[in-house]
Design a protein around this ligand. Structure first.
Ligand code: 13P
Ligand code: SF4
Length: 305
């Protein structure tokens, strides 16, 4: 089958079987074209809660499918490719968080959404890269323990100097790899380009940026900007998506190592197979995890919306 034949089959099946397809902005172009909604982690969470269909297919990574299940416990939620995990989310478990919380009594715990649903049951609120500043500012707490990404955490802390922050350890192995040397090389190659980066990058890289934002934030900044050239400091797929959206502008990756294997692993055929009942994984979470994580995610939407 060709790509467009598979896409046509997916569009027919999703109507017949009452599926809503949600895709993170890092997914491949053929998947974005069949999705009902494409967005960053915050947008996907809000959209999951609004879906009218009884089945949701998440094209992204496991914590995103878990978030959907928490927000729509009565719907059938599927992860298109079961091996799509996130090393940041898998890097901190409940025991490790409880030890950290014991070191910081009196601090509210704020978790990046890139964590397991089980971990969220121990947290006061979660945040995404696009909602973090607003949520932490609005949170009724002067002391915040921010887990697991100290890069995003310190970016947020820098915007809210009136609050005291403590950080966990961990983060995104892809964004963490990017160094000042990569910035210098990219700027030397493209001296007229603006640098747009995700706040999961190291603070010294973020400091060099012309714009810092979530995946959706980077996409819309580049689309609206009058500038003609951009160095993109987030997962490499965003470079290709921007080239499709803005054929008159030029986009360059900050570093080729900004390639997330977990975001790349889901294919159009995985989506098709899942709709045929021959692939994917149905997400099931225990009742205490559903209710505990729901409080944390719903509070983010209430404070961040
Ligand atoms: P956002 O979609 O919130 O920008 O997050 C990026 C990411 O790393 C998702 O895994
Ligand atoms: Fe996880 Fe980083 Fe990949 Fe996002 S880009 S899924 S944070 S490893």
């Amino acid at each position: 089958m060709t790509v467009s034949e598979i896409q046509d089959a997916i569009l027919t099946l999703k109507k017949e079987k009452d599926f809503c397809i949600l895709a993170h902005a890092y997914q491949s172009q053929p998947i974005l074209e069949v999705a009902d909604y494409v967005g960053d982690s915050y947008g996907l969470s809000v959209q999951a809660g609004k879906a009218a269909q009884k089945n949701i297919l998440m094209c992204g990574v496991r914590f995103m499918a878990e978030t959907c299940k928490v927000l729509c416990p009565d719907k059938n939620v599927y992860l298109a490719n079961p091996v799509a995990g996130c090393p940041m989310a898998d890097g901190i478990d409940n025991d490790a968080l409880q030890k950290l919380q014991a070191q910081y009594p009196g601090y509210a715990t704020v978790a990046y959404i890139n964590t397991t649903a089980a971990l969220k049951t121990l947290c006061d609120v979660c945040v995404t890269s696009s909602s973090a500043v607003q949520v932490c500012r609005a949170l009724d707490a002067d002391k915040i323990l921010f887990v697991p990404d100290p890069n995003l955490g310190s970016f947020v802390a820098g915007q809210i100097p009136e609050k005291e922050f403590a950080f966990g350890s961990g983060g995104c192995p892809r964004h963490f790899c990017v160094t000042m040397e990569d910035v210098a090389k990219a700027k030397a190659l493209h001296p007229n380009a603006l640098l747009l980066v995700h706040p999961e990058c190291r603070p010294e890289v973020v400091e060099q940026a012309d714009f810092v934002g979530s995946t959706t934030g980077i996409l819309s900044f580049a689309e609206k900007s009058d500038a003609g050239e951009f160095i993109i400091g987030t997962e490499i797929s965003i470079v290709e998506h921007l080239q499709f959206r803005c054929p008159g502008k030029r986009f360059y990756p900050l570093a080729v190592k900004l390639t997330c294997p977990n975001m790349r692993v889901t294919t159009l055929v995985d989506v098709y197979a899942c709709l045929c009942g021959q692939g994917g994984e149905q997400i099931d979470l225990p009742p205490d995890v559903l209710s505990g994580a729901a409080k944390c995610i719903e509070k983010m939407i209430a404070l961040g919306g």
